[in-house]
Design a protein. Structure first.
Length: 80
């Protein structure tokens, strides 16, 4: 059975990768900050996790474990 981990434990155990989280608990003073969760998936891409999140009506959350190290492609090469 998967165990509940703190966000820090998740980041340490699964560095620099997308993870699918369930049963997410947020910090009481900031409901955008993950306090703990159950890691359900570690072998999925961002797009796979996004699709799964939509299909499960948000009961699964796809998150990159090291946000400072992710490079979002959105604006690269866009000049209007």
């Amino acid at each position: 059975m998967p165990e509940r981990l703190t966000w820090e434990q998740i980041q340490e155990k699964y560095p620099d990768q997308w993870v699918g989280l369930a049963e997410v608990e947020y910090e009481p003073d900031n409901d955008a900050t993950i306090k703990s969760a159950v890691v359900k998936y570690t072998d999925k891409s961002k797009s796979e996790l996004t699709r799964m999140q939509i299909q499960t009506n948000g009961s699964l959350l796809g998150v990159y474990t090291t946000p400072d190290n992710i490079f979002q492609m959105g604006a690269v090469g866009y000049f209007g």
